[in-house]
Write a protein that binds this ligand. Sequence first.
Ligand code: ME8
Length: 504
Amino acid sequence: MKNKYYITTPIYYVNDKPHLGHAYTSLVADTVARFKKLSGKKIFFITGTDEHGQKVQEAAKRKNMPPKSFVDKVSKEFINLTKVLKLTNNDFIRTSEERHKNYVRKIWELLFSNGDIYLGSYKGWYSVRDESFVAENEITKNENNEKLGPSGDVLKWLEEPSYFFKLSKWQDKLMEYYENNPDFIKPISRYNEVKSFVRGGLQDLSISRTSFTWGISVPGSSDHVIYVWLDALFNYISALDTNEKFKIFWPADAHIVGKDILKFHAIFWPAFLMSANLKIPNNIFAHGWWTINGEKMSKSLGNVIDPIYLIDKYGNDQIRYFLLREISFGDDGNFSEKALVKRLNSDLTNDLGNLVQRVLSMIIKYNNGEILQRDEIDNEDLELLNIVENKFREYNSLMETFQFSQAIIIIWSIIRKANAYVDKKAPWNLFKENKNKLSTVLNVLVNLIYKINILIQPILPIAAKKIFLQLNVQEEQKFSYINNEIKVGMKINKPEGVFPRIIE
Ligand code: ME8
């Protein structure tokens, strides 16, 4: 299907409840899903939870719970977060579901029969925090001379029988794929990083474990469980596989992930897919980290922020806006509530909220809510009438390339122009001096708000709906409507403030 668009978030570990980092990736994926839908695409968007592995088993043990009851409980919190965030995901996949486990066993058998799996034994260091085997050159030491992994946890020595995937065999094919598909990994700095890693040589990958049991057992070898990353990555296909209608969505158009898990997505994943003779996703975008005082926000560092607390306090659109606007997608950024409040008051309350509130109030006050025609058009009116269409191409290409902050800057440059136009034209004076001009100015402004609101839909979906309702038009307006206008003679509804000021 030509018009389809399949987008995913990582599936999150259920060793602990969700934090703002998880909410961020999910909100970004939701923004893209909404943007693509408004551009006319048929969307499939999934998120979910990664429920197997040593890290989750150990977390369950710490809570004195059987792993299954533990993952059932924690995954509910992630499902709840999708509701609080008002995500438009079509499905939520859990790796403990039968549909997923059956699919992964099928894949194991396929890779095995293709000659890419062999039995050996693994000896080496393992990071439970990252669920990753760690090479000697990635190891550092702490003051007690203990070995640390890339995420700073104390490594465990593993020595156990293990099945291996012939990753080394796929090195050349991977390099060839990267060369032929320069857009596969974004941003470009990450693409170069992955290429130089693979060029440095790939070792075969241990893909089963025997020292714990919480996972999908290896077909025909039930003392082994399948390595959690081989299990987890295939969620992107198992989520489609049980429904013929959804199978056509593969390959994914975009996997949105944090840079911490790029290696798994950009190296292991395409190698597994090549081995299984499946198509490779079009794009992997690895974004940066939200930090707190310069340190990555993470469950294990204990410096996490609860997204539900923030949304209760400030609102859903507000948090979404801040996360998308505050950092360039791809970069790291420091989170602070002070910066959040400052940005919300300045951008949402003073700029957008104020524009909508004062223009709609004037239409009610001066024209009894009716949209009147424009008949005295000057160059300033014309400029504003055309500004959104003129900027649309730029906005669209920024959104297409996941430059959300830059796309928002374009919209806000229009909003600020609109506010400056209100101040300059001073409708409150025109009301006394020139009623014709007043109608023209208010007509220009209401159409401008309508068009601005079309652009903000993926970024501020709830507010955009409210504003369309105040304009008395349908609550969703596709991008192809960008040249439409609010009909003369129509009446708007009474405005209600969309972004109340936050007391600092
Ligand atoms: O890695 N800033 O799950 P996970 C921004 N189960 N994003 C952050 C973040 C931060 N400080 N902290 C977390 C896993 N994230 C695997 C994935 S996929 C087949 C398996 C986001 O619970 C970011 O997207 O550790 C990161 O990649 C993901 O959460 C890691 O979530």
